[in-house]
Design a protein around this ligand. Structure first.
Ligand code: CMC
Length: 387
C-alpha cells in the first residue's frame, strides 16, 4: 500500500525544497484525516460526533486501539486509567524539589522524562509495551501537572477522585472544585479537540524521535518541548494574555489594527492546513464558549473574540484556530493561564502515543536533507595564524 503511494519521480539526489515542509507528505497514517470536506476524522469518525457524544476516554481508546470501545471495554479502560493515576514516590518527591516558579510545561517535559527513569523497563518498544505506557502517561501526566502546581502555589494538596472520568478529574484537580455539568462537558470537548491533529509539529517531532526506535518517554518528551512554543500549543496561553490586555470589546478593533501594523501575529489565528476556511475545531469550541459565557453571565471574553475575528477576517482574511475560543472557555472556568498548554499536553498524549505506535509498527528512519548554504573549501589555519 505504502509503496503504491510513493512518488517515484522524486529525485533522491536533488529532492524538492519546501520551507517549513509545507505540502510535504512524510508518512501514511490511519489515525487522523484532515479531509477536504471541512471536517476532521479520528480513525474515520467525525470530530463533530465525537465532541457531541464521546468522553475523552472513548476518544483515547479509539486513537490508541483503532476502534470505539464497547461498553465493557470502555468500563475496563476507564477504571484502568483511574487506577494508574498515582505517581511513583520518587517522581513525586523530585517534582517537589523543582523551582516553584518553573513553567508547568517545563515541569511536564522533565516529569515525563522522570517517569521513564522510574519505569524499570522503559526501553521496551513493542506495541503492547507502548500501549501500556501510553495508558500510564494519560493517567499520570495530569496528576504530575496538578501535583506540581498545587505544591508550587502552596495550594491544598488534593488527590485524584476515582469517581470522576479523566476530563472531570483534571478540571477538579486544576481548580480544586468539582465541576458542574456544563463545565465538565465543555472541558471534555476541549480535550477531545486537542487529542489529535495529524502531522502537526509536536506529533511530527514525536514520530521523528520514534523513528530512531527509541522509547516512548523520549518521544513524548520531544513532543512536549515542541508543543510549548507560541506558534503551536503555547498559543492558547498567548490568546488569554491578549484578551486580558484588550480588556473590553470596544478596544478590540483598534488593538488588532495596531498589532497588524506592527507586523505582530495575532494569536489564535491562522493555520498551516486550515488556511482558506475555518478550522472545524474552532466552530465547535466557539459554540460552547458562547453557551458557557451566557450560562455564567460573563460574555465579555466571547464578545472580544468575535470582534477580533471580524477584524482579522477584514484585514487579513484569516480564520480563528482552535486556540482562540478554547482560551475563552478556560478563562471562564477560572483555570490559571499557565496551565492551558499543559492541558493541551494531557489531551494530545493519546494522539502522540498513537503516532509513536504507528511509526514503530512500520518504521523507516525519518531523515530529510538540507541545502547547504555555507562556505566551502576553507583552508584550515593553525591557532596562531588566525586573526
Ligand atoms: N496573525 C497575523 N498574520 C498572520 C497570522 C496571525 N496569526 N498567521 C499567519 N499570518 C500571515 C503571515 O504574516 C503571512 O502573511 P504575509 O504573506 O503577508 O507575510 C501569511 O499569513 C502566511 O503566514 P505563514 O507564517 O506563512 O503561515 P504558516 O503556515 O507558516 O504559519 C501559523 C501557521 C499557525 C504558525 C501562523 O498562522 C501563526 O503564527 N498563528 C499564530 C499562532 C497560533 O495561533 N498558533 C496555533 C496554531 S493552531 C493549534 C496548534 O495546532 O498548535
Amino acid at each position: 500500500m505504502e509503496d503504491a503511494l510513493v512518488d517515484k519521480s522524486v529525485d533522491k539526489e536533488f529532492p524538492v525544497f519546501s520551507p517549513g515542509l509545507e505540502g510535504v507528505i512524510a508518512a501514511t497514517s490511519s489515525i487522523c484525516d484532515l479531509s477536504d470536506t471541512g471536517d476532521i476524522l479520528y480513525r474515520g469518525y467525525s470530530i463533530q460526533d465525537l465532541a457531541k457524544n464521546a468522553t475523552y476516554e472513548e476518544v483515547a481508546y479509539l486513537l490508541l486501539l483503532g476502534k470505539l470501545p464497547n461498553r465493557k471495554e470502555l468500563k475496563k479502560f476507564t477504571s484502568e486509567l483511574a487506577r494508574k493515576r498515582a505517581l511513583p514516590d520518587g517522581v513525586a518527591s523530585i517534582i517537589h524539589k523543582l523551582p516553584k516558579n518553573s513553567h508547568p510545561m517545563d515541569v511536564l517535559r522533565t516529569g515525563v522524562s522522570l517517569l521513564g527513569l522510574y519505569d524499570g523497563k522503559h526501553q521496551e518498544t513493542s506495541k503492547e509495551a507502548n500501549l501500556e505506557r501510553a495508558k500510564n502517561l494519560i493517567a499520570q501526566v495530569p496528576v504530575l501537572l496538578t501535583d506540581f502546581y498545587r505544591y508550587a502555589r502552596v495550594l491544598k494538596s488534593i488527590g485524584a477522585d476515582k469517581t470522576l472520568n479523566n476530563a472531570e478529574n483534571l478540571l477538579y484537580m486544576l481548580t480544586g472544585k468539582h465541576p458542574n455539568d456544563l463545565s465538565a462537558k465543555v472541558f471534555n470537548v476541549s480535550m477531545i479537540l486537542y487529542a489529535e491533529h495529524e502531522l502537526n509539529a509536536s506529533t511530527f517531532s514525536a514520530r521523528v524521535t520514534a523513528s530512531t526506535l527509541t522509547d516512548i518517554y523520549s518521544t513524548i518528551t520531544s513532543a512536549i518541548g515542541t508543543l510549548r512554543g507560541p506558534l503551536h500549543g503555547g498559543a492558547n496561553e498567548a490568546v488569554a494574555k491578549m484578551l486580558l490586555e484588550i480588556g473590553d470589546v470596544s478596544k478590540a478593533e483598534a488593538w488588532v489594527r495596531a498589532a497588524l501594523s506592527r507586523k505582530q501575529r495575532v494569536m489564535g489565528f491562522g493555520h498551516r492546513i486550515h488556511r482558506t476556511a475555518e478550522d472545524p475545531r474552532s466552530a465547535i469550541i466557539k459554540r460552547y464558549a458562547r453557551e458557557l459565557g451566557e450560562n455564567t453571565g460573563k460574555t465579555k471574553w466571547y464578545d472580544i473574540c468575535t470582534a477580533i475575528e471580524d477584524e482579522m477576517h477584514k484585514q487579513k482574511n484569516l480564520y480563528p484556530n482552535l486556540d482562540l475560543y478554547t482560551a475563552v472557555v478556560y478563562l471562564l472556568m477560572g483555570i490559571p493561564i499557565e496551565l492551558y498548554t499543559p492541558i493541551f499536553v494531557c489531551s494530545r498524549l493519546a494522539g502522540w502515543s498513537a503516532h509513536v505506535i504507528e511509526q514503530q509498527e512500520n518504521n523507516r528512519l525519518i531523515r530529510p536533507r538540507s541545502i547547504y548554504t555555507g562556505p566551502k573549501n576553507l583552508q584550515y589555519l593553525q591557532l596562531d595564524e588566525r586573526s
